[in-house]
Design a protein around this ligand. Structure first.
Ligand code: ATP
Ligand code: LTN
Length: 329
């Protein structure tokens, strides 16, 4: 392994990626790829833990890879690949399933949230087991650092616990990974409800600004975003909706919340919102130009090459694990 530490992360090819995914995860990866040996995955096996249309899933996997590239993930520096093309992920998951406990998985807030709709009884076993697959993703590559949004912290903790448990039982095998969460702007909240994070799977499209939204849609969504009582532009915890919008403004403009407050003294929500929309549009227009310049064919070439490069790393670790637990390799 090179002297650089290794990072691994992924996004599911489900729904439409939004500025929360970008600010909370992908933008951070772009920065980190210079100082870490980086592997970024399109986690389609995670996506099927809830029903997906096969054709849409295939399209979305390429779309996510294009988003990685348009955001600045450089295939010369980082490896990107599609999870289901490297079957070692599923194999390691099975083995980890035998040391993971029902009680640990029952504590996972994502499962609790996502199974709410259908009720726990109707939820797929894969949805329950999702964090174990994520642990397999991470542990297969001797990942040292996992850059994710705050909502994934609990899953990385499970990966740490499983790594330690396996090492205790069978001898040193896995690196115990650290979670890396970007400090500022780490949690983008829903535009329609500042109490909950912006999410791909939120029912209303007015919950989020999607990375592929056009200018008119962005203006409309920002206009409709909920605000707090009062009319001043101030950055305070007791004004969560406004705080969220100021955070978004700050992330895309590079200005601090204090500077933004100063810019809007004596002005109201209307002025602030229209400028906010323009700041987002300016960023997304250049992002979308890069996205549209990428062909499916060239992206598939990058993904196939990525899978070919990560497969031997994964195979080696899996063979080590299989040997340790008594399988014949
Ligand atoms: P879903 O609603 O289907 O769970 P999601 O929008 O939460 O989807 P994921 O694919 O689960 O998206 O997450 C991809 C990455 O984006 C993760 O690292 C996650 O932590 C981060 N992320 C997701 N939503 C936000 C958000 N609102 N703010 C900051 N980071 C986020
Ligand atoms: N569960 C994550 C996606 C994900 C991931 C991973 C992130 C799957 N495997 C491994 C980091 C490392 C999510 O929904 N954001």
């Amino acid at each position: 392994m090179s002297s650089k530490k290794r990072i691994f992360s992924g996004v599911q090819p489900s729904g439409n990626l939004h500025i929360g995914n970008y600010l909370g995860a992908i933008a951070n990866w772009v920065k980190l790829q210079d100082s870490y040996e980086s592997i970024f995955c399109v986690v389609d096996m995670h996506a099927i833990t809830v029903p997906q249309d096969p054709e849409i899933l295939r399209k979305k996997s390429i779309e996510i890879a294009k988003i990685y590239l348009a955001a600045g993930i450089d295939p010369k520096k980082s490896l990107i690949f599609i999870q289901s093309q490297v079957s070692e992920h599923a194999e390691l998951m099975w083995i980890l399933n035998t040391i993971a406990k029902m009680s640990e998985l029952e504590k996972m807030t994502q499962f609790k949230d996502k199974s709410q709709k259908e009720g726990k009884e109707g939820a797929a076993v894969g949805l329950f087991d999702y964090p174990v697959l994520m642990a397999a993703d991470i542990l297969l590559y001797d990942t040292q650092v996992v850059p994710v949004g705050e909502d994934q912290k609990q899953h990385v903790e499970l990966a740490r616990d499983l790594a330690k448990r396996f090492n205790n039982k069978f001898g040193d095998t896995f690196i115990v990974p650290e979670v890396h969460i970007k400090k500022e702007g780490m949690r983008v909240m829903g535009l329609d409800n500042p109490e909950k994070k912006m999410s791909k799977s939120a029912e209303s499209i007015y919950n989020r600004i999607e990375l592929l939204d056009d200018a008119e849609m962005i203006r409309k969504k920002i206009r409709k975003a909920v605000t707090d009582s009062g009319s001043e532009i101030i950055y305070r915890d007791d004004k969560p909706a406004l705080k969220n919008l100021i955070n978004i403004y700050s992330s895309f403009s590079g200005k601090t919340p204090k500077e933004i407050e100063a810019m809007f003294v004596g002005k109201g929500y209307g002025d602030f919102k229209s400028e906010l929309a323009e700041v987002i549009i300016a960023f997304l227009e250049s992002f979308q130009a890069r996205y549209n310049a990428l062909s499916d064919k060239e992206v598939m070439k990058i993904l196939n090459k990525g899978a070919d490069k990560v497969r031997p790393i994964a195979r080696k670790k899996l063979d080590e694990v299989k040997t340790k637990i008594g399988f014949i390799v």
